[in-house]
Design a protein around this ligand. Structure first.
Ligand code: F6P
Length: 347
């Protein structure tokens, strides 16, 4: 059996741990051979591959990023572009030429959506969920999230001390396009005074009230805001109008907007720190390494059992299989009752 592996979408810590677990398990237990596809769906679309054997995955467990490379290439946007063949047809053809019997796609909502379409067209696909945003509904956690939260928490800890020295408000903008899980967890863990998430449009006047209250207690306020959060009166702040191949705009700027409004309305100095891709880089936490490794081991289990069209997922402490279609049908957003737990500490 020859198994192809690819990583698509935004990278995150733990991808290499999954790749290693897939190759080590499949080689040792099943005698499978592997082929790596470069840069997400671009690899199978263009037949761009790299050697993927036990030697190639030595030492990569703690490494951030992905040895396969990643991209936001969307084969579904390539309908009948090259010689009248759609992206899906081109991938099917390349997989057949390369003798690939099964494909493991590691990715988020967009990558797994393509994986599901490929499965529906007859390709043997297994999915592995990945995103620092932790917004895939079929799994309790995705690897990469815990690392991102810990990076953001450490940043908040550091910002507390400098904010207090200068009696400033510090706004921390974290990732989180549609779901505010990183902001929520990092904000709670870091003792933020206000946490703003995309699911709950905010009132700037109320945010300023919490900021002022915090100054009155002689502490400096820390406001954690997810990049996708927005005021009740307007949409998300977009950093670049151009959409990616999956139709997403690049978000960014809500933190700076808030800092300006807070200064204007409260008269107190406010600065913004944007964590951006720092949250996606570097070595994964122990939690993410373990989860990623388990996902890799169980992805090979799914290939072995012929459980195609399925994705591995974490339910409680168990790794289960769920249909790829379910995995991508709905985003997992922060429920109001979870957000309410954090609101107790605002102001
Ligand atoms: O989906 C993960 C994510 O990190 C989002 O939180 C963020 O909006 C997006 O990727 C950023 O993507 P890129 O690295 O392509 O700018």
């Amino acid at each position: 059996m020859r198994v192809g592996v690819l990583t698509g979408g935004g990278d995150c810590p733990g991808l290499n741990a999954v790749i290693r677990a897939i190759v080590r398990t499949g080689s040792a237990e099943d005698g499978y051979a592997f082929i790596g596809f470069r840069d997400g769906w671009r690899g199978p679309l263009e037949g761009d591959t790299i050697t993927l054997d036990v030697q190639a995955v030595r030492g990569i467990l703690p490494r951030g990023g992905t040895i396969l490379g990643s991209s936001r290439t969307n084969p579904l946007a390539e309908s009948a572009s090259s010689g009248g063949r759609s992206g899906i047809e081109r991938i099917r053809e390349n997989l057949s030429v390369l003798g690939v019997d099964a494909l493991i796609a590691i990715g988020g909502e967009d990558t797994l959506g393509v994986a599901n379409r490929l499965y529906e067209s007859g390709v043997n696909v297994v999915g592995v969920p990945k995103t620092i945003d932790n917004d895939l509904s079929a799994t309790d956690y995705t690897f990469g999230f815990d690392t991102a939260v810990n990076i953001a928490m450490e940043a908040i800890d550091r910002l507390h001390t400098t904010a207090e020295s200068h009696h400033r408000a510090l706004i921390v903008e974290v990732m989180g396009r549609s779901a505010g899980w990183i902001a929520l967890h990092a904000g709670i863990a870091g003792g933020a005074n206000v946490i703003l998430i995309p699911e709950n449009p905010f009132d700037i006047g109320q945010v300023c009230g919490w900021v002022e209250h915090r100054f009155q207690t002689r502490y400096a306020p820390i406001v954690v805001v997810a990049e996708g959060a927005h005021p009740k009166t307007s949409d998300e702040t977009v950093a670049a109008e151009q959409l990616d191949e999956f139709g997403h705009a690049r978000l960014g700027g809500v933190g700076q907007m808030l800092a300006g409004e807070i200064e204007r309305r409260t008269g107190k100095e406010a600065r913004c720190a944007v964590l951006g891709h720092i949250q996606r880089g570097g070595t994964p936490t122990a939690f993410d390494r373990v989860l990623a490794t388990r996902f890799g081991v169980h992805a090979i289990g799914a290939v072995r059992d012929g459980a195609f069209g399925m994705m591995v997922a974490l339910r409680g402490t168990s790794i289960i299989r769920v249909p790829l279609a379910d995995a991508t049908s709905q985003l997992k957003l922060v429920p109001p009752e979870r957000y309410a737990e954090s609101e107790i500490f605002f102001g």
